[in-house]
Unconditional design. Structure first.
Length: 282
């Protein structure tokens, strides 16, 4: 009887030792986007910007946004690529030069989780700046034809170079099957789709003097109100809501000065860039 008892105790002990331990909780750095038409409107150097004479602008209603690159930078002297890179979207050479692969982009609406990175994979440091390279915007704008105002949808490509097979703007799809440089747009109107190339794209970078971005890229840079500290000992998720300024971010040549976008009168798109970022950390 005594031997049976000892055997039973041993078996229980072995089974207890084999029982899996509860996994260590994983906490993440989470990014979401918000679009704010009342946020400051900035220029390429992070200064307040007004609309030049002869142009007009409106704050579009965003449907989708895609980003190509996320990076945390410790200081204003950290060169692009030398910080902690959190995300780099798929690229392809199908169109010749290296380009963003539009088909593999992540499309998200306002307040949806865009990116989630385990905090255990982020170098413990204090970070003063966030860099995000934006790639594609889809939004609604108003336009005028023969004195009547309508709503149309714009597919706005602000990434450095994008390989596009097909793009559905709202209800209509166009085939491109080529690389398109920053500033390419397609505008779905009542009667069809217009296409064009904006001559410029605003990309605010307040530390351009010490940490410039490559020409033609859409790497927007912003400073945290309070530096972001990653210790490696976090016991909860960190949620960063990136407030994107779309304050009159759709800008055009206003030939008749009436403040209405009238493409049928030859008015052309001038700029479609992001007009600044602010981060809210929870």
């Amino acid at each position: 009887m005594e031997r049976k008892l000892i055997f039973f105790v041993l078996v229980i002990g072995i089974l207890g030792a084999c029982k899996k331990k509860d996994p260590t909780p994983q906490y993440n750095l989470i990014f979401k986007f918000k679009f704010n038409p009342n946020q400051e409107r900035l220029d390429n150097f992070g200064n307040r910007a007004t609309i030049p004479a002869g142009n007009a602008g409106q704050s579009p209603q965003f449907n989708w946004l895609t980003a190509h690159y996320f990076e945390l930078a410790p200081t204003a002297f950290t060169q692009i690529g030398q910080g902690t890179i959190l995300y780099h979207a798929s690229e392809t050479t199908l169109g010749g030069e290296t380009a963003i692969d539009f088909d593999k982009s992540v499309f998200k609406k306002e307040d949806e989780i865009y990116l989630s990175v385990p905090l255990s994979q982020i170098a413990p440091k204090t970070y003063e700046y966030l860099r995000i390279s934006f790639a594609y915007q889809n939004y609604d704008i108003t336009f005028r034809v023969n004195g009547v105002d309508y709503i149309g949808t714009v597919a706005s490509f602000v990434g450095y170079n994008t390989y596009i097979r097909d793009v559905k703007i709202k209800n209509q799809t166009i085939s491109v099957n080529a690389n398109k440089k920053q500033g390419f747009w397609a505008f779905e109107t009542l009667t069809g789709v217009l296409q064009g190339q904006a001559p410029g794209t605003t990309v605010p970078n307040p530390i351009a003097a010490t940490s410039p971005i490559p020409p033609g890229s859409c790497v927007v840079t912003a400073k945290f109100d309070t530096p972001l500290q990653i210790t490696g000992q976090e016991n909860k998720n960190i949620i960063i809501t990136v407030s994107v300024s779309n304050n009159k971010s759709f800008e055009w040549k206003d030939n008749n000065g009436n403040g209405h976008f009238e493409p049928t009168l030859g008015e052309t798109v001038v700029d479609m860039g992001i007009r600044g970022m602010k981060m809210i950390v929870e």
